[in-house]
Ligand binder design. Sequence first.
Ligand code: F2R
Ligand code: MG
Ligand code: MG
Length: 319
Amino acid sequence: MACSDSMLKDRFRGCLLGLAVGDALGGRFEAKAAEHIRARFPTPAALFAYPDDELWYTDDTQMAIGVAEALTAHGEIIEEHLCRAFVSNYVPSRGYGRGARVVLDTMEEGGDYQAVAEKHFPGGSYGNGAAMRVAPVGLMFRDERQQLWEQARRSALPTHRHPLGIEGAQLLALAVSFASHTCRFDREAFFADLLGACESEEYRAKLQSAAEVKTPADLVGLGNRIEALHSVPTSIAAFALTPESFEETVGNLILLGGDTDTLAAMGGAISGAYLGERQLPGRLVGLLETSPKGGAYLGQLADELFSAYERRFRQPSPA
Ligand code: F2R
Ligand code: MG
Ligand code: MG
């Protein structure tokens, strides 16, 4: 069901802030086993009640900021500008992927990063690093499916050249776009849309399983790993399981253990694009770091992305 546009700006904000909250909360548990997390936090509610200090985000949000800044400035993904944004935001202590670090170091030194991205892992990276940062593309190109698919590909290429790394980003962008259009979530239409866009058998099989998920325990079989194929469908399924609750979507993902920051960043972005900032947990949004590119900046960047989207896709309203 299509939704009135009056809430759209709130959805742009919800998406970026939801990504950051998921990333920052999940970042406290990255690489921990599910049992370890569940022993202390048996439910999403317990997990969400626990932080009372600043929430620092990781590379997921840092790179999504780069994508949003490049889109805001240029209205589309232009590799040179995107790389500049990645480098200017690069803080290695935020916990980047092993291969991504090598590519970004090469980019920073002005070296041949494309060759590194091609060869560091044979066939390129299939990590979830392109998907974790792609949400702004899903917002910006929410009205243009083919553009969205191509722009998501371009946003992946500087670091992720393996088809499974790229397709993970494309599917995540499509999920964000779908969520941002929806007033009353239609699970069947959501999965039909994603399955219709799938290019590989690997993602088709995973998304078919994702469409069958009925309880949080079913999410386990989809994976909690650093590879896009074993995390993007999981995040999509978690959102589709509890679309009306950011806390449950993000909490259920963190309680899977493993790549918790990235699972929660991706699920948080989709959930935030659907629910809008007004339905995010305000207490946790308020705890986002107060650094120059912290919570306040993310809200402002979302507003700027919304303006860039309006400039590119909307006719000015008659006076
Ligand atoms: N890396 C982390 N967290 C580790 C902890 C960091 C620590 N705190 C620190 O301070 O150092 N998190 C972030 O990395 C993930 C995104 O990774 P990205 O950007 O995809 O990186 P990369 O290296 O390209 O791929 C990730 C891993 O996937 C495997 N892999 C990928 N392609 C492969 C291929 N073709 N063949 C074999 N393996 C491949 C490798 O193990 C890569 O290292 C997010 O979780 C983000 O939060
Ligand atoms: Mg991270
Ligand atoms: Mg991660």
